[in-house]
Structure formats: structure tokens, C-alpha cells
Design a protein around this ligand. Sequence first.
Ligand code: HEM
Length: 419
Amino acid sequence: MNEQVPHDKSLDNSLALMREGYLFIKNRVDRNQSDLFKARLLLQNVICMSGEEAATLFYDTERFQKKDAIPKRVQKTLFGMDGIQTMDGEAHIHRKLLFVSLMTPPHQKRLAELAMEQWQAVISKWERAEQVVLFEEANDILCRIACHWAGVPLQESEVKERADDFSAMVDAFGAVGPRHWKGRIARTRAEVWIRAVIEDVRAGKLKAEEGSALYAMAFHNDLNGNLLDIQMATVELINVLRPIVAIATFITFSALALHEHPECKEKLQSGDSNYLEMFAQEVRRYYPFAPFLGARVRKDFIWNQCEFKKGTLVLLDLYGTNHDSRLWENPNEFRPERFKEWKGSLFDFIPQGGGDPAKGHRCPGEGITVEVMKASLNFLVNKIEFEVPEQGLSYSLAKMPTLPESGFVMSTIRKKILR
Ligand code: HEM
């Protein structure tokens, strides 16, 4: 076949990926005016794709699989070895239903309530402090609520260390060198801790409430009816706790958005819950968090005149699809109102993956993410007043994951008096 697919001619694009970060795929898609291109990354041939059609293709499980798609370095830090993210077929669906059952609307509501309680509980400490870094505070609060909700015992004296470990696992995903190693050490420590908790539950030394995440992971049976291996149960329980803590990134970007768009504040203050939702969705679309996803071609096929050869690694651009001007009018403008008319397909707005979460790998935690973001935004806008002192608020699109440099410093914090 005479392929018409753009091919990045560089010997290896890994350095360009590190330089361009979130924009690596989008820059080339825009330059080539093509939704896909071939390149070499980390010494292998890859196909990179972006846009709604590409996302639809990427979630076709007849054509793609997760087996061997996630680098070991990412499993050893972010995900844990051989967890749900690496599974395929029936075994994946069976495991996925376990996760989905823990993330239903009542669970979302409970986590949002816990978040609001915890935010309110820190106000008096914040009033006494000269300044606080929102990202750090959010990490601690989310770690407390994640463990409380899941049924995992957590002493107040442990909160900071555990929160920092969850955060370090996330921070390691795009890193080489010290940030990677910090993530590995953090994972080892968290696995030792959570494994002991599950062992205690299984041995009857610790009571886990039925319906809690701890109970569900400790007593889940795999497809063959066997209890999950202790290491697997540990990895999967961490797969619930860690991403709740990761919502701190979106909360920090929400505060930045509020600061940069004071015109939105009034609408958020009016208590209009639709606007709160639209604002949270626009934060998830506009700001960078998960950059792209990988899968391997299951069997040879041709799509858009491109040969997809069995075993090839294919990357789907999440950040670029959320900034695709065919899907989003003026994608580089922050405009929550766009979600008023948004019809929404399963493949155009994909900050946490695309497709049906019960059937594919899409994140099952989007409902939790949005509800916890809404509670946190409501707190920032309606429960406290604060100043934003001079600080570095820019964020680099080359660093993955990224964050406003300062972590968003707040000062002169006061409880809001309702008039
Ligand atoms: C903080 C914001 C979050 C972001 C940016 C995020 C992002 C993602 C992404 C990109 C995926 C991969 C989707 C795919 O492969 O198609 C994913 C999967 C997953 N997420 Fe999230 N997520 C977040 C929050 C959460 C929360 C709050 C939970 C649970 C409480 C969660 C649990 C999971 C699980 C278990 C998977 C694996 C699903 C599978 O492989 O089938 N995530 N997430």
C-alpha cells in the first residue's frame, strides 16, 4: 500500500517529547494537517493520533489491547504492577465493574460532603497562618477523605507522609531521574502500608464495613472465583486512593482559573449549581493533566490510509483532543459557558479517557472528580475570602504532570461572613 501518512523523520522523538510535553502530538498534528503521524519514541515505532475519530478508533477493543502498552516505569510508580490499567477482555470488564460499583452517585455525594467538611475544618488554622499553599493543603485534605471514605485507618500524624507519597506517584508519571525515583520509593512505602491493612481485614483483626472500598478490594473474587492475590488487592485499593488525592491538581487549577477570570466569580457566588458544574468541566478541558494514553494494535488493519501493524504502540492525544478547534470553538479560551450547549459524545471531551467506562478503560472516577471539584470550588468562592499575593502562577506545558509553579499561595484568609 502506498501510505500517505506523515512520518516524523527524526531518528528518535523522545527528546522532542520531553521538550514539548503536552503539545508534542498536537504540534505535529497541526503542522501536518493530519489526525495521525508515525514517529519513533523510546526506540520503538509509534503511531500518534488526535481528535474524536481517532479516540473512537482507539477504544475499539477488537483492534487495540492494553497488554504490554504501559511501560514498566509507569507501573512501578503511578499504577502499580499488572493492575486494571493493563488488563484486557472479560477479566478487565469483571475487574472494572468492581471499580464502577464504588463510584456511583451516592459515593460521589459522600466524598463531596466529606471534602466540604474537611475544607471547613481547616479554616481556623488558615486564619492563623500567614499564607498557605493550596496544592499542599488539598493533597492532605483529599488523603484524609479518601482514606476515611474507603475505610482505611489513618492517624492524623500520618496524613502528610501518606499524602506526599500518593502525590509523588502521580508526579513520577512523566519523569526521569529524581522525580521517578521518589515515585518508586513512595509506591513501595504505600504498598507495604495498604498490604498490611488488607491482611488485617482478611485475618479479622480489622473490621471493614461492607460496601466500603477496603472491604470490596479485600474480598473481591476474580473471574475464576478466587480471592484477589494480596499484592493485586493492594495495587487496586491504591488505584482508588491515589487518584482521589490527585484531584488536588484540578482544584489548584480551579483556583488559578478563578484568579484569572474574576468575571466568573459572581456566577459561582450565586450558588447556581449548573454553573459550578460548567466551570469544573471547563477546568478539566482547558488545563493539562493526563497528556496521552497508549495501547497496542491487536491485529493488522488499515485506517485513514495508515497501516496499523500488530503490536505497534499507538498514542491517543487527550490534551490535544480537548483543544481541537473542530470540536471546541476558540479552544484556547477558558469559557465555562461552552458546556451549556455542549451535546457531548463519549469521544470528544476526554480529560480522563473516552468511551463507556463500564466497557473500556475510561476512568471510572469522573463523577467523583467533578463532585469533589464542585464542593472545593464552592468552598473557595462561598466559604472563605483570601488574597492572592505576588507569586509564580505560570505552568509549563513541557513538564508532565504540570502545576502552577507556586502551587497557588493564598494569604489573609478569613471565613466569609454571610450577610
Ligand atoms: C484526578 C483526576 C483524574 C484524572 C485526570 C484521571 C485520569 C484517568 C485516565 C486518563 C485514565 C485512563 C483512561 C483510559 O485508559 O481510557 C484513568 C483510568 C482510571 N482512573 Fe482516573 N482520573 C482521575 C480521577 C480518578 C478517580 C477520582 C478515581 C477513583 C476514585 C480514578 C480511578 C481510575 C481507575 C481505577 C482507572 C483505570 C480504569 C481502567 O483501566 O479500566 N480516577 N483515569
